[in-house]
Design a binder for this molecule. Structure first.
Ligand SMILES: *[C@@H]1O[C@H](CO)[C@@H](O)[C@H](O)[C@H]1NC(C)=O
Ligand SMILES: *[C@@H]1O[C@H](CO)[C@@H](O)[C@H](O)[C@H]1NC(C)=O
Ligand SMILES: *[C@@H]1O[C@H](CO)[C@@H](O)[C@H](O)[C@H]1NC(C)=O
Ligand SMILES: *[C@@H]1O[C@H](CO)[C@@H](O)[C@H](O)[C@H]1NC(C)=O
Ligand SMILES: *[C@@H]1O[C@H](CO)[C@@H](O)[C@H](O)[C@H]1NC(C)=O
Ligand SMILES: *[C@@H]1O[C@H](CO)[C@@H](O)[C@H](O)[C@H]1NC(C)=O
Ligand SMILES: *[C@@H]1O[C@H](CO)[C@@H](O)[C@H](O)[C@H]1NC(C)=O
Ligand SMILES: *[C@@H]1O[C@H](CO)[C@@H](O)[C@H](O)[C@H]1NC(C)=O
Ligand SMILES: *[C@@H]1O[C@H](CO)[C@@H](O)[C@H](O)[C@H]1NC(C)=O
Ligand SMILES: *[C@@H]1O[C@H](CO)[C@@H](O)[C@H](O)[C@H]1NC(C)=O
Ligand SMILES: *[C@@H]1O[C@H](CO)[C@@H](O)[C@H](O)[C@H]1NC(C)=O
Ligand SMILES: *[C@@H]1O[C@H](CO)[C@@H](O)[C@H](O)[C@H]1NC(C)=O
Length: 610
């Protein structure tokens, strides 16, 4: 799974590959064109199934282009511009419409949008894959309302490599659509503070790279805060892109004749929020697969879950207000840890690297002077792990012993709770943040780990005093990949891949809930099931004509929108299917559907994981 770690290639690796000339592009044949859902279109629409932020985009109160920019040779050179609020326009809701075109040959790239030092959207691109492609995504920015009403430096970092075989540039437009909607109660955060590298004055992205960067900022909040939430954004790059397929460090050299194939630090990752060095909450991240992930053939034209809008995780830090409202500076730090069997406590550092930022959303107690409160009570037992590795050896006829397969299971459990009583102008209230998290990762690999199978389950829940409802999530992931890596660049390499995975959540979506754009539980289930055969060599970045495969996706949502007047989405569903890169189904409706459950895959040789 390491060969196609495409999204975050360093310049160094790319330069190695650029010595080979000429790109290949593949147009639809007339035969193919008959099968496409959009028969008249030469441009392939690459879709990340999303819940639309509203039922109709008609009749915005106003709109403006935030920027349009072509990212060609843009490695380390972000777009820098300015944002100003629309003039003479009364609005509540702000929707950003991201629209991107590309052609030629190119990998998938990560892209980060900042307003000053505050990251407001992390996305990734589709791969042009020899087709001309277009993709778009609409994101409700209303939780950032206070930013939408001021002037800001816009920094959009899409580090692309554009030379040699990499002939695809990305033409990116973000348009802002403003609507004057009526809400039962629209109360966006009063202030937003960044937990970031604070580098916008240098015209660069403020993302922090862990484990090397400090990950910590010092912030002084106002004294009269009534609610505070930290929103975390963390994604793995390079050796950490497929963190959930990594192995415990002591096993990275299990197959010495395939050096460098396995990455270490285990498949367990915890993103931690620390306030003044003390744990305030954690995220056990969703296993992202970008459009070049494992097997790029799988992800066109159906992109991976959350690929265009990387998920945030919110931690209610209201119980910390007795401390944070004292008028002094406090540190907010982000850290990423993995399982390490060799140390006390079993948690240690991770590989390179994790890109992280956070935002502190603050609601003020307008009538209050200073929020005070009780001592902050914390119950933070360390995570409990269960770990069972097993190496099977074979002895050849001349007596040489070698490892033929490596199996392990790693499970983790954690619970935490933090509570206090706070006093604001409206009186005293008890506030608490609790989390329960469970993780199980089973892998078995054979054939020098070129064949790798994974069964993972990550589930959890949280509660906060913001709502009586408990939020729950589940991320099952089953993945089998069998690589054949060619000995010479003239021969094609291949990967055969099976994936079945889901994102299932029934949550109080903290920021929209506090803002008033969502007033109840949001119930989302989406599943992707794919099988694919993909061929490439050093010249063919985007796969060959021999690629075959099929991907199916189901998505079903129901929620309680805060908008009055019919534009809010209560129910939504979409069913997608592609065969050999061509659309065979795209159905959507403002009603729910049944999403079948993810099923286990064979664990290497026909034995399903129970
Ligand atoms: C087909 O084209 C229409 C209009 O360009 C676009 O809205 C739609 O998403 C496309 N559908 C697919 C499946 O490509
Ligand atoms: C915005 O709302 C205010 C107050 O209701 C009103 O006076 C003004 O005319 C509105 N502006 C526009 C452009 O609609
Ligand atoms: C988003 O932008 C694209 C490109 O301009 C456009 O085709 C599409 O209609 C826009 N979508 C919305 C919801 O405005
Ligand atoms: C990029 O896209 C914009 C908006 O669709 C278009 O006006 C512009 O011509 C495109 N630029 C290039 C170089 O294709
Ligand atoms: C940042 O970019 C702006 C706009 O392009 C430019 O005016 C300014 O000089 C740049 N600042 C630095 C430190 O490079
Ligand atoms: C990290 O940054 C914080 C806040 O600026 C500072 O207090 C701390 O000393 C720094 N730690 C290291 C190891 O540099
Ligand atoms: C077998 O795997 C173990 C564990 O990774 C490793 O220490 C050992 O060197 C391997 N043996 C051979 C012969 O490759
Ligand atoms: C805030 O301070 C002012 C001036 O000292 C005082 O009159 C008022 O009662 C205080 N309000 C609260 C809620 O403590
Ligand atoms: C023993 O046999 C194995 C597998 O056939 C071969 O790779 C290895 O080189 C042989 N070792 C010796 C010492 O002959
Ligand atoms: C690897 O997987 C492929 C495809 O399923 C299979 O044909 C092959 O026998 C497997 N090899 C090993 C060593 O398990
Ligand atoms: C990759 O394969 C294509 C088609 O088989 C071939 O034309 C090209 O020369 C190969 N690339 C290299 C570097 O050998
Ligand atoms: C791992 O795969 C090997 C090779 O297929 C098999 O012999 C072994 O039983 C598997 N281990 C487990 C625990 O399933």
């Amino acid at each position: 799974m390491k060969v196609l770690s495409l999204a975050f290639l360093t310049v160094g690796i790319c330069l190695l590959e650029t010595s080979i000339a000429a790109s290949t592009t593949r147009a639809f044949t007339s035969n193919n064109r008959r099968q496409t859902a959009n028969a008249s279109s030469e441009v392939l629409e690459v879709v990340q199934a999303q819940v639309p932020p509203r039922t109709s985009y008609a009749n915005p109160a106003c709109k403006q282009t935030v920027f349009n920019h072509v990212f060609a040779n843009s490695y380390g050179i972000p777009y820098v511009g300015t944002y100003g609020p629309p003039k003479n326009c009364n609005f509540t809701t702000t929707i950003f419409n991201l629209s991107v075109t590309s052609s030629g040959a190119q990998y998938d790239r990560l892209a980060l949008l900042f307003f000053d030092d505050i990251e407001i959207w992390r996305t990734s691109t589709a791969m042009p894959g020899g087709y001309d492609i277009h993709f778009e995504y609409q994101k409700d920015m209303s939780v950032f309302d206070t930013l939408m009403r001021g002037e800001h430096k816009v920094i959009f970092d899409l580090s692309n490599v554009y030379s040699g075989v990499y002939t695809g540039a990305f033409n990116v437009t973000i348009e802002a659509l403003y609507y004057n909607d009526r809400y039962e109660n629209f109360e966006p955060a009063d202030e937003i503070y960044p937990i970031s590298a604070l580098a916008s004055s240098q015209n660069i992205s403020s993302v922090m790279s862990l484990p090397d960067d400090n990950g910590t900022v010092s912030l002084t909040l106002k004294r009269n805060v009534k609610t505070a939430v930290v929103s975390l954004l963390a994604s793995g790059n390079s050796a950490e892109e497929f963190w959930y397929t990594n192995v415990p460090s002591e096993y990275v050299n299990t197959f010495p004749s395939n050096p460098g194939w396995l990455y270490g630090y285990s498949p367990f990752r915890e993103v931690e929020l620390l306030i003044d060095g003390k744990l305030a909450g954690v995220s056990w991240p969703f296993p992202l697969l970008f459009t070049g992930g494992v097997d790029p053939g799988i992800w066109r034209p159906i992109a991976g879950i959350e690929a265009y809008d990387l998920p945030t995780f919110e931690i209610d830090v209201t119980p910390w207000l007795p401390l944070l409202c004292d008028g002094a500076a406090h540190t907010f730090g982000l850290k990423v840890v993995g399982f390490d069997n060799s140390v006390e406590g079993k948690v240690g550092t991770v590989g390179e690297n994790w890109w992280v930022t956070g935002n502190v959303f603050v609601w003020l107690d307008e009538a209050g002077n200073q929020t005070t409160g009780s001592i902050i009570e914390s119950h933070l037992p360390t995570p409990a792990f269960s770990y069972h590795p097993q190496v099977v050896t074979t002895t050849s006829s001349n007596g040489t012993v070698s490892n033929s397969s490596f199996y392990f299971s790693l499970s983790a459990h954690r619970s935490l709770s933090i509570s206090s009583t706070i006093h604001t102008s409206s009186g005293s209230r008890s506030v608490a943040w609790t989390q329960e998290l469970d993780f199980l990762n089973i892998q078995n690999m054979t054939g020098l780990a070129y064949n790798q199978s994974l069964a993972m389950s990550s589930t959890g829940s949280w509660t906060s005093s913001l709502s009586a409802e408990k939020s729950t999530y589940s991320y099952p992931l089953n993945l089998f990949s069998a690589y054949v890596i060619a000995e010479t660049s003239a021969t094609l390499s291949s990967v055969y891949t099976l994936i079945d995975r889901s994102l299932i959540q029934k949550i109080i979506n903290t920021l929209p809930y506090l803002t008033g754009t969502s007033v109840g539980v949001e119930d989302l289930a989406t599943r992707q099931n794919a099988s694919s055969m993909y061929y490439w060599n050093a010249t063919i970045v985007q796969g060959t004509d021999a690629d075959t495969g099929t991907t199916q996706q189901w998505l079903s949502y129901s929620g309680e929108p805060g908008i009055k007047g019919g534009n809010g989405v209560k129910d939504f569903s979409r069913k997608l299917e592609e065969v050999d890169d061509l659309w065979t189904m795209d159905e959507s409706a403002f009603s729910t559907i049944d999403v079948p459950a993810t099923v286990a895959l064979p664990l290497v040789e026909g034995e399903p994981i129970v």
